[in-house]
Design a protein around this ligand. Sequence first.
Ligand code: ADP
Ligand code: ZN
Length: 810
Amino acid sequence: MPAVFVDVAVDVPLPRLFTYVCPDGWLARAELGCLVQVPWRKSSRIGVVMKRHQTAPSEFTPRAVLSLLDTQPVLDVARCELARFMASYYRAPIGEVVKLMLPPSVEDFRLHLRAHPKPEPSPDLNTALGEKSARVLQLLHEERCTRPHSWSAFRQLLALDDAELSRLLELGIVLPELHAPSAEPKADALLISLTDAAFPKRLGPQQKAILDYLGTQGETPLSCLRETLDANPATLRRLEALGLLRQRIAPPKDPFLDSELPDRQAPTLNPAQEAAWQAAIAAEGFKSFLLHGVTGSGKTEVYLRIIETELRQNRGALVLLPEIALTPQVSALFRAAFGDAVAILHSGVSVAERNRAWLGIHRGQFRIAIGARSALFAPVRDLGVIVVDEEHDGSFKQSESPRYHARDMALMRAKLSNCRVILGSATPSLESYQLAATGKLSLLSLPERIASRPMPSVELVDMTEELRFAAEDDPLAPKPILSRPLLAALAQTLERQEQAIVLLNRRGHSTFVQCGYCGYVASCDACSVSLTYHRHGNLLQCHYCDHREPLPELCPRCLRPELELFGLGTQQLVEHLSEALPRCRIDRLDRDMARGSHLQKVLERFRQGQLDVLVGTQMVAKGHDIHNVTLVGVIAADASLNLPDFRAAERTFQLLTQVAGRAGRGLLPGKVVIQTMNPAHAALHAAQAHSFEDFVKGELPLRQALGYPPFGSLVCIRTEAVDAPTAEHYLRLVAQRFRASPKPGIQVLGPAPSPLGRLRGRARFQLLIKGRQRSPLHALLNEVLNDLQRQHPCPHGVRLVVDIDPLELL
Ligand code: ADP
Ligand code: ZN
C-alpha cells in the first residue's frame, strides 16, 4: 500500500498547511476534516486534516501523525471548503480560520476508547488476537470497558500492545471517542437520582444516608450531595455500579433567564408572514433570501416557522444575532419554541460550557445553534437553514484577523452546504439591497407591522431653533440639551405611565475636557482621540485603549484651574433628565454598564416596568420588544452623521429607524422625537417617513457616482508602526507598486494618515483601493502583495494589515 500523507491546518500565523505521514493501520484512517495530533517542534499540536494524498513532499521527510482523535470528521466537506475560501479571500492564515470552527480549548482534546456496546466473537478478532481473543472479548463486556478511557488506560485494561489495540479499533470492536477533559460537566451539572431497583439488605451508613436523602429530595445535583452529606465519589460510584443510582447531565441553563421559560403559543401567521414562510421553504437546496420587514412586522416568527419546518425534516439550523447579550428575549423565544434542541453560544460563559455546547452540537444533540458572528462556524449537522438577523449590523464583521464578514460567509456556507439562508432586517445594508435588486437574493417582504399597527409618528426638532429660543431670554444661556418638544413628550408619557427610550450615541459623562483659558484638550497619548470624562471615579478614560487617569485639577499646559467639561455623554444626560423629571425612574445602558449580568438586570427592570426611562447608546436600539414603550427620543442625530466615513448616512438611517422601531410595538401608538442641528438631511427625512425606499433613492446614486459599495469593492491596506514616518514610508512603497500597474476601473487612494492617526501607541496610515469589479481588484491585490513579499517584505516593526471589504475606515 502506498504511504498516505495528510496536509494539516495548525493554528500558527503562517499561510500554509503542514504535511505529515500517516503510519499504517488505525492512523491511516485520518480523513478530510478529522482532528489529529501532530508533532510540532519539540511538542505536539492538534490540527485538522485539510487534504489527504499520496504525494511525498520532495524537500523534506515528513514526520508521522501521533494520534487520530476520532474517525468522524469535525469539519464536514462544506466547512473545509469554507475555510479554504476564507483563507484565500481574506488573506488570512488557514490555521487561524480553521480555529474559528473548533471548540475553544481543542488543544486539550484527546482520543478516548470504549468497547462496542455489543462486541461479538468474530473470525477477524481471532486472527487479530489469537488465543487472547476469548479473554479480551470477556473483558469487553465488562462495564468499565464501555466507559471511555485514554489509549494507554484502555490498553492496560485489555492487557494488549499498541498494534493489537489498533487492530481492534480498525475492526470496530473498540470505538474511538472525541474526549475533552475541559468539557467534563462540573459537579453541579450532574444530577443524581434513584432508580427503581430494590435496595439490597446490607448497606453502609453513608450509602444509606445518600439513598434516604435522594428518596425524600428527588433528583439532586452532585455538588449538593457532596456538601450536605459529604458523600464521597467512591461511594456514589459503588451505588451506581449496584444499579441503585442514575446520573444525568443537567440540561444547559439559559444564561439569560433564571426563571422558567414561558409556554409558547405560536401565533397564526398573518398573510405576509405566511407568504414569506411558504416562499422560503418551497425551494430545495441552496437558496438565499432577503427578508425585509419593517420593525415590529414579526420577522422572528417567520424564522421560527422556517426552522420548525427544517427540524421536521431532520435538518438543523444556525441563527446569527448581532449582540446576543443584548437580546436575551430573542434567544429565550428560541428556547421556548425548541427547548433542549437549542444551544446558545456566547462569550459570557466558561470555556468548559462552550466546549460542551460545541460537542453537543457536533454529536447532533443540539440541532439549532444561536449566537453572534462566530456561531456561523458551529458544527451543526445536516444544516437546513442559516438565519442572519439584523443583517445590516456592523458587528458581523470581525475587526481582527481573520477579518471576515459573517453575513457574506453565511451566504458562502449555505452555498457549500446546499441549504437555505435568510438575511433579515428592517434596514437592509445597501449591499444586500443591491443583491436583491439584481436577483441574487430573493426578496421576501413584510411591509406592515403585526395587526396593521401604525408606525410611530416621527418629529424632527431643529436644535438651532431651540438654541435661538433659549438665547431670547438669556443671551448667555447654555446650549439646551433637551428640546421643548422632547420634554413635553416625556412628561406626557410618564403621566400615562408608559415608558420611554432616549438614545445618545456617546457614552461617558462628557466627551471631552478642555481648558477654558488656553484651549488645551485632554487626549490619549497612545491614540489620537480626546479622553472622555467619567464621573464615577472622577476619571478620564480613552475609549480605544482603555487608558485611565484622574481628572487633573489644573490644566497641564497653562496650570490654571480652568478645565471644563464639554460634549454630552450618557452619564450626564441621565443627570439632566433626572433634574428635568424629578419623579422619574431612570437608568442607562451602554458599554460602561454592559459588564457582567448588570446589563440584563437593567433590561429586565425596564421590561418589568420598574424603570420609566432607559437612556443609552446604540445598545437601546437593538431588537427590544417592549410593548409599553411609546416614546423614543434621539438627542443628537448628528453624532453619527458627521463621521468621516462614506457609510455615515447609512448608519444614521439604520440607527434612527431601529431605535424608532422600539416605539409603539404594542396596542399603544408610538411617537419619536429626533433632535438635530441638520434637519434638512435626506437620511433624517427618510427615517422620519419610515421609508427605506426614499433612503435608497437618495443614497445609491451617490455611491454609484463614487464607485463605493455596492457598486464596487474596497480593500483597505494599513500600516502601523511606533513612529509615523516608518509607517508611512512602507505604505508609500506599497502604493507605488499598485500605481506601477494601473488597471482600468481600479483606483488607488492615499496613503493618508488614518482618521485614528494613533492607536494604542502606534501610528497608522492607510491606503484605500477601489475597484469597479471585485475579481480584477483581488487579482491585482494578490499580484502586488505577493511580489512585495518577495522583493520588499514588510520591515521589522511595521505591521501590515489587509482588510478586505472593510466596514470601519477609521
Ligand atoms: P421584528 O423582528 O420584525 O421587529 P418581532 O418578530 O419582534 O418583529 O414581532 C413583533 C411582535 O409581534 C412580537 O411581540 C411578536 O410576538 C408578535 N407577533 C409576531 N407575529 C405575530 C402574529 N402572526 N400574530 C400575532 N403576533 C405576532
Ligand atoms: Zn488610548
